[in-house]
Design a protein around this ligand. Sequence first.
Ligand code: PMP
Length: 431
Amino acid sequence: ATFQTHIQSSHPTFQAAKVSSWSATDKSKLVQEVLRMVNNQRRNPYSKVLRTGSATQGTVSDAYNDEEQEAIIWTTNLYLGLNRDKEVMEESAKALQRFGTGMGTSAAASGMTDLHLQFEKEFADLVGKPAACLFPTGYTANVGAVAGLLGRNDVVIIDQLCHASIVDGARLCGATIRTFQHNNSADLEAVLQSEVSPYRTVLVVLEGVYSMGEGAAPVAEIVRTAKKYNALVLVDEAHSFGFYGERGGGICAAQGITEQVDFIMTTLSKALGSLGGVVAAREEHIELLKSSARAYIFQASISPADMAAALTALRRIRSDDNLRERLWDTTRYMRQQFTEAGYDLGTGDGPIVTPHFSDKDKLYAIVQGMYKRGVQTSAVTYPIVESGRGRLRLICSAAHTREDVDKTLNALIETEREVDELLAATRASTH
Ligand code: PMP
């Protein structure tokens, strides 16, 4: 067990993704290290494969080993379970029959169906903006939007916990990149004071809800600060669109600041259960993106089946409050049960529930032990949380039930007891 935990906590795949400024030499050392680990059977512990079922419950296996097992899955962001919705799947199948599989070209070069156009219109309408622009993924939506808007002389100011796609977009356009402390509008103001000039565009980027188990970000306060300095603002609603705000319109709607936010972005792969990304804004900003974002112009567009799934899911989100209520009910139940059992969940209140652990090696052993008991989870470690510490990550969905929560809590309690005993025995034998 000690050997296994060590392997997982130090697996180079995770180290590499966290470090964004590696040199070619660093990378070649990394490749050597990965190869050494593969030869020693020390593989990526999260490489699980879904064999049948849905992304919240199904038959899974390890990618390197065919042994299958049933599992409750808490590692996907399918917040509303719409990936398995009957109507969503039927409409997706109809689009497949109507248009075939791929679009074969980018949206800018005629790779659009009426479904694409309709989605842009209805998404913009739901989040309260005049227009929207689709991208093939959420990742490329952020890269495309940031890099499409800014040039070398501009500045992008990013919350330090923002997603990698935002940082990558900023790097690509060569703008000056500054960060501000997480959710801290006073720190943002200090950065703005030192960067604002009439000769450059300043873009402030933040997320509506961050993915590591927190509640909603103080978006209204941050936007107010940015607007004092006439900065543009982009809010990434990947973890809030669909289940915050009236009709699921997101955090900007919930906090009444849609007007002041220039760009509202989300992914189609989470609450919408499909694949793609979208940015909504004023007409002129959307036209600017459609003619300048290289990720829009030079990349094939979303497939018709995925587009129909997202459009049908969007309509369900707009009209079905029960769907949201199911997610929030499971979320509240999970938070209450885990808290009563003595787990520290931090200050969050959203569907990403993260019991805190002071020892990351113990946490990795728990992830592995729970998997053996049919519960698939993941771990959050440095640099998201302090070095050496960690959080177990359980992402609730409307497709999860209270029974899933009960089974998961029991698995956690049993696994933790087993891991504690093992660690105590290891310590006793080494003293
Ligand atoms: N933004 C945020 C905040 C995300 O968490 C993610 C995905 N984890 C993305 C963007 C990228 O979305 P996608 O996976 O659809 O490319």
